[in-house]
Write a protein that binds this ligand. Structure first.
Ligand SMILES: CC(C)(COP(=O)(O)OP(=O)(O)OC[C@H]1O[C@@H](n2cnc3c(N)ncnc32)[C@H](O)[C@@H]1OP(=O)(O)O)[C@@H](O)C(=O)NCCC(=O)NCCS
Length: 252
């Protein structure tokens, strides 16, 4: 088994090749932000001079360890690379004193995580909106809620006294998130404000099927595109209800 090592900026082309091989949305800015957030938590396995498998482990401001970017190039799968990186990621987070580790699992990843002690928390869905205009009214005020994930690569922010929402670019669609709001009405206004700025782009929004965010997504023309499973290892913690959009599958 080849040894793992921490990723560096020179690995970005390989990291992006991994994302494209799986059809994922992340760009170089996303990898850059993960590395900046937790340099020793971003690891990979190199074969013949090129990284072929990755995993990232960060600790979010709520103290939850988050594993993401679990990827192996198709031609290198089934050799235990992802399992090895996952075990190392869990070890890294545990030595940092983290009591809760979470991740958003695809169907391919789910069996690996289950073997390593992760259990179901809740389904989480990716919804997609095709390009098109969106009515939005100007907002005012500064949201006073706690902003999590200061490290994520945010490109546009809309906020009011009641809501804060951000979006960033992606390979397949612009990504909405995070969004925190005191009410569904204020969340809808903020998300509308983001979409209205990019009417020519499709959007992704990752949300929990039972959350009020779904009703907003329907009104704004989003449709469910795929379903993942949020899984947890260790102490179970709830997602705060004011989270109308997560920060990303790789950030939580
Ligand atoms: C999920 C993924 C990362 C697994 O990577 P991997 O390096 O092949 O994983 P491993 O080699 O550690 O395999 C883990 C287990 O899955 C099995 N497995 C891996 N690939 C398989 C395949 N193509 N068919 C059947 N079983 C497979 C292995 O036998 C192993 O089982 P074991 O522990 O009982 O021996 C990889 O399939 C991938 O990149 N998928 C696309 C991206 C994705 O969905 N990532 C997960 C995000 S949550």
């Amino acid at each position: 088994m080849p040894e793992s090592r921490t990723l560096t900026t020179s690995d970005f082309p390989a990291c992006l090749a991994l994302c494209r091989s799986a059809g994922w949305n992340q760009l170089e800015a996303d990898w850059r932000a993960l590395l900046a957030s937790e340099p020793r938590g971003c690891i990979g396995i190199e074969v013949d001079g090129c990284v072929v498998s990755t995993a990232t482990a960060i600790i979010n401001p709520a103290g939850i360890g988050w594993i993401g970017m679990v990827l192996t190039l198709p031609e290198h799968r089934g050799r235990g690379y992802a399992s090895q990186l996952l075990q190392e990621s869990i070890g890294f987070l545990e030595t940092r004193g983290v009591a809760t580790i979470k991740l958003d699992a695809t169907a391919l990843g789910e069996p690996l995580y289950r073997k390593l002690g992760f259990v179901d928390e809740a389904p989480i869905e990716r919804w997609r909106r095709e390009p098109g205009p969106c009515a939005a009214a100007p907002l005012s005020g500064l949201y006073a809620g706690a902003l999590r994930h200061a490290a994520i690569p945010i490109e546009a922010v809309v906020q009011s006294s009641e809501a804060w929402a951000a979006c960033r670019d992606g390979a397949n669609a612009r990504y909405i998130g995070p969004c925190y709001a005191n009410s569904p009405e204020s969340a809808e206004s903020a998300v509308r404000g983001l979409i209205a700025q990019y009417p020519d782009r499709p959007f992704f929004w990752d949300l929990f099927p039972a959350h009020a965010a779904c009703d907003i997504a329907v009104r704004l023309g989003f449709q469910p595109a795929r379903r993942l499973l949020r899984m947890v290892r260790g102490r179970v913690t709830a997602t705060p209800p004011e989270t109308f959009a997560i920060a990303g599958f790789e950030w939580g």
